[in-house]
Design a protein around this ligand. Sequence first.
Ligand code: FE2
Length: 232
Amino acid sequence: METFPYKKIQRYVFPYIDSNMYLLAENNEALIIDPHISSDAENYLTENGVRAVTILLTHEHFDHICGIPWFREHYDVKVICQQEALNPGRQKHFSRPLVVSLILADRGEDKKAKELEAEYPTVHLLTAEQTWQETLDMTWQGHSFHIEHIPGHSPASSLITMDEVCVFTGDSLVPDAEPTIRWPWSDAGAYHSSTVQRLLQIPEACMIYPGHRDMVRMGDLKYENGVFCINR
Ligand SMILES: [Fe+2]
């Protein structure tokens, strides 16, 4: 499959439940989508002389935000997210590894669950330098970003389109996976009535960078029985 022009977008996989963090470094700055702690990412940032980091979130679940405190400790960080991500009532649940631990325990991976809790021992409530409500347009190092609110998987779920061709879908579109819209505060109605329609409008030429699993061209996906399946 064609890899697309953006070879410089790095992907790091959260070792516990394979969530994707994406990273782009240019001119001593980095843009990171859905951060977790990663020594490989740290090495890459050091190699690129990065001091300032802009963080965008596809949504507010633990496995997509858990690296923020670490990045705040080590870099000059600016977090930009949809305002629902900061809801204090929900945050106390999303800012700790409880749900991920339960998933791991459910799979019989208790050792991994313990490692996760040791690596992320402290609950940090999410804070942001900038929030937005329906859409946000911004530029970073000459790249355009159009960010839209697409609730359903979670209240703050967002669709991030970079340069009109790279689309970060978070957990709202994971290839070959049933959409997870049964979490606390998921909204299956909103997902089916508006978010799916929006996802189906993504141009075929775009590359999808999902919250889990591998990148895929939109043109290689078909929506069938409620799932974005890879055409094989
Ligand atoms: Fe999620």
